[in-house]
Structure formats: C-alpha cells, structure tokens
Design a protein around this ligand. Structure first.
Ligand code: SAM
Length: 237
C-alpha cells in the first residue's frame, strides 16, 4: 500500500504544493503515496477555533495547546506508526533517518507555529525531529523537507531506482559531478572519460570524484562511508 503522511498544521496551504506538484503529486495520484493535510484549528474545541494560549509563567508569544493536538491525532482512523514532532530541539534529520521512515506505512507530522507546542505534546509523539540548527517561523518547511526526502525513497516514486544509488549520503559519500550538453562551456570541457564509452573506466572515475569531493568538502563523512581498500588507496594518492 501507499506510504501515508498525515500533516497537522495551522497553515495547510503552505504544504499543499509539496503534496500535489511534481513527482510527489504524481506519486500520490498513482497511489504510491497518500497525503492528508489536517487543519489543527478544526480540533480547537471552541467557537473561536482558538488553538493557542499565553505561556504559563509569562513571556512573549503564544503556545499551542496539547489537548488540541490530542484531539487532532485521535481523529485519524488508525494510529500512525510514528508521530513526529517538529522542533529545533529534536534529533537531527539525516538520510539515515529518511531511509528508516520510508519503511513505515503511516507517518504523522506535527508542525508548530508561534512559540511552539506545550511541552506535554512530547508524550503524544514517538520522535522529535529538527531539520537543522536554525529557527524557522513554523514547522511546515521542516515537514516539507521530510516529505521530500522520505517520499522519493519509496519504490516507483522516482523513475529509475538506480538514481538513489549514488545520491549524496546514500552511498556514504557526496555524489559525483554530472555533465551534459554542451560539450564546451566557458572553456570548461566534459572530461574525456565520460565521452569514451568505457563503462568500467567511467565507474572508477565517478567513484574517485565522489571520494575527492567528500575529502575536500565533507571529510567528516569519510569514517562512516564504508570505503574499500581501493578507495583508501585513491584517497592517499
Ligand atoms: N521557541 C521554539 C524554540 O526555540 O525551540 C521555536 C519555535 S518556532 C518559532 C515555531 C515552530 O517552528 C516550532 O514549534 C517547530 O515546529 C518549527 N521549527 C522551527 N525551526 C525548526 C527546525 N529547525 N526544525 C524543525 N522544526 C522547526
């Protein structure tokens, strides 16, 4: 069956394009993915549809109520495999985590706004996730990142299953550089080996490029990259 994302937000319009456009939208129409974008305000439980309240103890801004989130989650016909609370205080989002999440059937994502959620929401979550060490206005952009990274890992969502293979981080290294037409641009030519049709030589060149780029830009990735003895020789050369 499809991987279902239930996205809880105060601003559904922000998330709809990621669920309807481009390859993720196509995957949804094909039944490979399923999206519910759920307005938290519908579960406010009061006439004014008010979901937030001032912080206990005082201070600026407003805090989203835990009882509202509880009712919203309870509206799902079946409990999700994971309830992911988006917060700068969460576990850093990585390709590894995207791969784990792509094996689930149903993910619920909670997008905060304002000063965030009442901390007791953590009890309704199976996991807290941050997309990086910066603070955004709300969790929608973070949810979009997760939908984009996880959705494309489901079989059939991107055309060619091979194209995951060399993706940055999937292989443990940054991706190798690609070229296409024109063959010469501003004095920069396409490397000879890519035009020669020798597939073994092309594979070796690409692996060497991935190693060299990772060494230059992200040496922190190398200890966990599962390097072969030949890779190590390349790096030392
Ligand atoms: N006061 C909160 C703090 O410092 O942790 C920040 C609240 S932020 C203005 C509002 C909402 O944006 C958060 O509840 C969260 O859902 C989302 N958000 C902001 N930055 C995020 C990040 N780096 N990763 C995940 N979610 C984030």
């Amino acid at each position: 069956g499809p991987l279902r994302f239930s996205l809880f937000t105060l601003f559904p319009e922000l998330l709809l394009p990621f669920t309807q456009e481009a390859l993720l939208g196509k995957a949804a129409r094909q039944g490979l993915l399923a999206f519910d974008v759920i307005q938290l305000r519908d579960f406010a439980g009061n006439r004014h549809h008010k979901v937030d309240s001032p912080p206990a103890g005082g201070g600026a801004g407003m805090v989203i109520r835990v009882d509202v989130v509880e009712r919203a989650l309870a509206s799902l016909p079946t409990p999700p495999d994971e309830v992911i609370l988006l917060t700068p205080a969460g576990q850093p989002f990585t390709q590894r985590l995207a791969e784990q999440l792509s094996e689930r059937q149903h993910l619920a994502l909670l997008c905060g706004r304002y000063e965030g959620f009442d901390t007791r929401v953590e009890r309704l979550a199976t996991r807290e996730v941050s997309i990086g060490d910066y603070v955004m206005m709300g969790g929608e952009a973070a949810a979009a990142c997760i939908v984009e990274a996880v959705g494309r890992l489901r079989p059939g969502v991107i055309g060619d299953a091979e194209s995951h293979r060399a993706d940055s981080f999937s292989s443990g290294l940054l991706d190798y550089p690609e070229y296409t037409r024109p063959p010469v641009w501003q004095d920069e030519t396409i490397p000879e080996v890519l035009l020669g049709g020798n597939h073994a030589a092309i594979e070796r060149w690409r692996r060497d490029q991935a190693l060299a780029r990772t060494l230059a830009r992200r040496p922190d990735l190398l200890p966990n990259a599962g390097l072969s003895p030949e890779d190590s020789r390349t790096l030392l050369a």
